[in-house]
Design a protein around this ligand. Structure first.
Ligand code: NAP
Length: 314
């Protein structure tokens, strides 16, 4: 019979690690399960400058997350690297199954986060890793002195476009409207950057090339006109980065936990889902602001709720 943890936390991004820290510190037996690398989306974020107290120049996602991991472990949270394929969440003991292992917990905190939404153009999957990317931190250096295009108009698109200007000779933001969604302070920096150009009211319809990305068809959504964008012959290719929001990692819970039509998990303000003993925290749940600070706050609230539900002094 495997150990029954007080709480199992699925996901080691800011929400999961904060939950682990609070649960461990409350002396709950705690297991954090992560299938990939710690940090979730911030593991691929170049610069974090709006986490409160974070004023060290050049703090990156990985450096912040490394400290969060260390802190959760310091308070006794156990860690395993595994991919959960099946869950049984009803009843007093919840069961999480991977291909080889089975984990049991009295409570579960789902902190599985979200991933980049695909651009949605023809040929996208074929050119992934061959010019199409969703991670500037991972792939920017492949485009040293090349031309790069960024799809999106939110904070991520504009911030990552600025990061890409450190490598690419020119970065063009392709946005489906004629104004950016990004915060004004971020927009101002982008407009002042001589390497950044814009295609307004535009979407990418198709990408193509001879094994690597060499061309794309961009459509103006107002006029319906299309234009071909082709790689400079001397370069032979260009980069296309998609930053158009996220999709929740919640497929595992479909039909089990209440969610909205896009798959974000419904919780109350204390992170309870519709199943007793099951909580959701961070980007995977319905919320108005998806930031490191709000993910960490969700994780803390969920862990404290677990602790209170197991204590008899409340
Ligand atoms: P976002 O704010 O949802 O922005 C997505 C952008 O992609 C929008 O400009 C949207 O256009 C565009 N878009 C959506 N679907 C599209 C489609 N099918 N085709 C073309 N364009 C499409 O996403 P995000 O920028 O990833 O940010 C997510 C959250 O993280 C936000 O809350 C953001 O504030 C936060 N964030 C904060 C920071 C920071 O504070 N430093 C950095 C990164 C992210 P429309 O504008 O027309 O809807």
């Amino acid at each position: 019979m495997s150990k029954i943890y007080d709480v199992i936390i699925l996901g080691a991004g800011p929400a999961g690690l904060a939950a682990g820290l609070y649960a461990g510190r409350s002396r709950l037996s705690t297991l954090i399960i992560e299938k990939g690398q710690d940090g979730g989306q911030i593991a691929i974020t170049d610069e974090i400058e709006n986490y409160p107290g974070q004023i060290v120049e050049g703090e990156s996602g990985p450096s912040l997350i490394a400290r969060m991991t260390q802190q959760a472990e310091k308070f006794g949270a156990e860690r395993v690297s595994d991919t959960i394929k099946e869950v049984q969440l009803e009843g007093d003991v919840k069961v999480l199954k991977s291909e080889k292992n089975e984990y049991q917990g009295k409570n579960v905190i789902i902190a599985t986060g979200a991933y980049s939404r695909p651009i949605g153009c023809k040929g996208e999957a074929e050119f992934m890793g061959k010019g199409v990317s969703y991670c500037a931190t991972c792939d920017a250096n492949f485009f040293e002195d090349f031309e790069v295009y960024v799809v999106g108009g939110g904070d991520s698109a504009v911030e990552e476009a600025m990061y890409l200007t450190k490598f690419a000779r020119k970065v063009t933001i392709i946005h489906r409207r004629n104004e950016l969604r990004a915060a004004k302070s971020i927009q101002e920096k982008a407009f002042a950057n001589p390497k950044i150009d814009f295609f307004w009211d535009s979407v990418v319809e198709e990408v193509y090339g001879d094994d690597i990305l060499q061309g794309m068809i961009v459509k103006n959504v107002k006029t319906g006109e299309t234009r071909k964008v082709e790689a400079d012959p001397e370069d032979g290719m260009f980069g296309l980065f998609g930053f158009i929001g996220t999709v929740p990692n919640s497929k595992l819970f479909e039909g089990i936990i209440d969610m909205d039509e896009r798959g974000y998990i419904k919780t109350d303000e204390d992170m309870h889902t519709n199943i007793p003993g099951v909580y959701a925290a961070g980007d995977v749940r319905i919320k108005s602001l998806r930031q490191v600070v709000t993910a960490a706050a969700d994780g803390a609230i969920a862990a404290v709720q677990v602790e209170r539900s197991m204590s008899d002094y409340f």
